[in-house]
Design a protein around this ligand. Structure first.
Ligand SMILES: [Cu+2]
Length: 137
């Protein structure tokens, strides 16, 4: 009697472990390679924007890690090249989220090619040169 119960438990456990392996294998196989975003480091300060890359590819997921290394609030937006109306931003991080020393992470995938720019539109910053032209191809 005791032997039977143990055996049944073992069979049950083996089935569960096998199932877990199968499920784990399935979920990691297809998606891992193309879903891992490419990390891009962006540094904001008075009054410039630096980025580890300025050329991007349509359809590639990016993880933007935006750090305010300056002494004032900054904001960050991806804008059409030369545009100053923030309603045209493809993606943006508000200045409340970027006090001095703050780091904000955003994931984004470009859906159109063209000339864009990273820009800060805190009053006076853009005019002082807080922009970085980027290209999406
Ligand atoms: Cu700024």
């Amino acid at each position: 009697m005791h032997q039977m119960t143990l055996r049944r438990t073992l069979v049950g456990l083996t089935a569960i472990i096998a199932l877990a392996f199968l499920l784990g294998g399935c979920s990691s196989a297809g998606s891992q390679a193309d879903k891992n975003p490419t990390e891009v480091q962006i540094a904001l300060s008075e009054f410039k924007i630096e980025s580890t890359q300025t050329t991007f590819t349509v359809g590639t997921p990016y993880r933007f890690v935006i750090k305010n290394g300056g002494k004032t609030l900054q904001d960050w937006a991806v804008m059409p090249r030369g545009a100053t109306d923030e309603s045209q931003a493809l993606i943006q991080v508000d200045e409340d989220e970027l006090p001095p020393g703050a780091t904000v992470t955003r994931e984004f995938t470009f859906t159109q090619a063209g000339d864009f720019e990273f820009a800060c539109h805190v009053a006076g910053h853009y005019e002082a040169g807080m922009l970085l032209p980027i290209t999406v191809q």
